[in-house]
Design a binder for this molecule. Structure first.
Ligand SMILES: *[C@@H]1O[C@H](CO)[C@@H](O)[C@H](O)[C@H]1NC(C)=O
Ligand SMILES: *[C@@H]1O[C@H](CO)[C@@H](O)[C@H](O)[C@H]1NC(C)=O
Ligand SMILES: *[C@@H]1O[C@H](CO)[C@@H](O)[C@H](O)[C@H]1NC(C)=O
Length: 399
């Protein structure tokens, strides 16, 4: 409402006679301070972009579209009669299944999805169609492996296009697949229709890459599921180090970070695996660096949230997860590769008050980056479903 009335007011001002000269500075001052306030409220305080859907971070007041809402019939699964048995393509789904490791997000999404009320067996009710192949399983399948991935997907998609009437209605725009491992790109090499039309729910969401489209595809957060419940997340006094980073120096950016800050007394960087528990550093630092490696994504962002550490994102062209729902400026520090030499200056220029806001928001955002076997409101599963829901009607079925 505020931006609308401001516009209105400006237009009226122009339509009428110009205001007396002495009024101008006052007007300008008013408008400027209003704009600054507006900017500040958008940049800093609005945790959610879509304040109508997420008026505040109060799950009891707002719910994501759930049962009985239009989102309830999103999917229909493909029983692939001619291809390999569906169980071979799918990850196993059972109640106590707890995916782990770096690519757990793909398995979690599917496991929870198939148990959820979003799935329908009636294609006429479906808003979206899911291609349930698991890149993570296929790459370890001895009969397929990395070298056979792209042919497998080509056959699979050709089969879908030939044998089901749904693909051709939209050219695949209402179909989606999920992949957390970047090998998904190799797998899609021979299926241009999937790359350019389908919704790709992927962890390697770099808008620098030609086969990822930020407005069409969905950035899936890479999350290494942690199970211990850390204590004292909010306490600042235990966070004695300014910043922390550890990881293999497999990219120019990582090398630059380690080389620049290796001997610093307040920033702790370590090239390679840590010998001590990561949780100690994640709980003992104010800021935790996420530095692009081979890909823009790593599980470090999810780890930072889990341990209450404010993430510093150093990954140019990373389409950050849930960016169209949550405001990353309100709980992280996003810098570019050219900022590496100024890292300490940038972090020290953030006031303690501002840090408290960032850190309090990290604790709020934490639940959006966690998977649960039985999904909880606003958790990673519902966030991804919400992203799909936002994209569901981009292309309408014409017949
Ligand atoms: C939602 O749907 C279920 C059955 O489909 C019904 O039992 C329930 O009363 C509905 N709830 C609301 C709030 O409409
Ligand atoms: C969809 O279109 C393709 C290309 O025109 C065609 O080969 C295929 O048979 C169509 N699928 C169905 C189910 O009609
Ligand atoms: C850090 O210390 C080592 C050993 O003294 C030295 O070789 C290296 O050049 C130092 N790095 C920086 C960035 O000062």
């Amino acid at each position: 409402m505020a931006p609308l009335s401001l516009t209105q007011w400006c237009i009226n001002l122009r339509r009428r006679k110009p205001p007396p000269l002495s009024m101008l500075p006052i007007c300008l001052a008013c408008v400027t301070s209003f704009l600054i306030l507006l900017y500040m409220s958008y940049t800093f305080d609005n945790f959610f972009h879509l304040t109508k859907i997420f008026p505040a971070d109060t799950p009891s007041l707002v719910k994501l579209p759930k049962q009985n809402d239009s989102i309830s019939d999103v999917l229909v699964t493909f029983e692939d009669q001619n291809g390999p048995p569906i169980t071979r393509i799918l990850d196993k789904t059972h109640d106590h299944y707890k995916p782990g490791g770096n690519y757990a997000s793909e398995a979690y999404l599917k496991n929870v999805l198939f148990k959820s009320h979003f799935v329908t067996n009636d294609p006429s009710e479906a808003d979206l169609f899911f291609l349930p192949f698991s890149i993570a399983s296929l790459r370890h399948d001895r009969k397929i492996g990395v070298s056979g991935l792209s042919d497998f997907i080509l056959n699979y998609v050709t089969n879908i296009i030939q044998n089901y009437p749904y693909w051709n209605r939209t050219g695949g725009a209402d179909h989606f697949y999920a992949a957390c491992h970047s090998i998904g790109r190799v797998a899609m090499e021979k299926v241009d229709q999937v790359k350019s039309n389908a919704i790709q729910v992927v962890c390697s969401s770099s808008y620098f890459l030609t086969n990822y489209f930020a407005h069409k595809d969905v950035s899936l957060p890479q999350i290494w599921p942690r199970h211990e419940e850390p204590l004292d997340l909010a306490s600042h006094s235990k966070r004695k180090k300014l910043a922390f980073y550890a990881g293999t120096a497999n990219s120019p950016l990582r090398k630059a970070v380690v080389q620049t800050w290796e001997n610093d007394s307040s920033i702790f960087v370590h090239g390679g695996r840590l010998k001590t528990p990561y949780s100690e550093q994640l709980l003992g630092s104010k800021y935790c660096l996420h530095v692009k490696g081979f890909e823009v994504n790593t599980a470090r962002v999810g780890d930072a949230f889990y341990y209450g550490c404010v993430p510093v994102i150093l990954a140019d062209y990373y389409d950050l997860p849930f960016m169209d729902i949550i405001n990353w400026k309100s709980f992280s520090v996003v810098i570019t590769s050219s900022d590496i030499p100024n890292l300490k200056k940038i972090l020290l220029s953030i006031s303690p008050k501002r840090y408290s806001v960032l850190q309090a928001n990290v604790l709020k955002v934490r639940k959006h980056f966690q998977w649960n076997n039985s999904p909880l409101d606003f958790d990673a599963f519902y966030m991804v479903m919400y992203e799909l829901w936002l994209r569901r009607s981009t292309i309408r079925v014409m017949y």
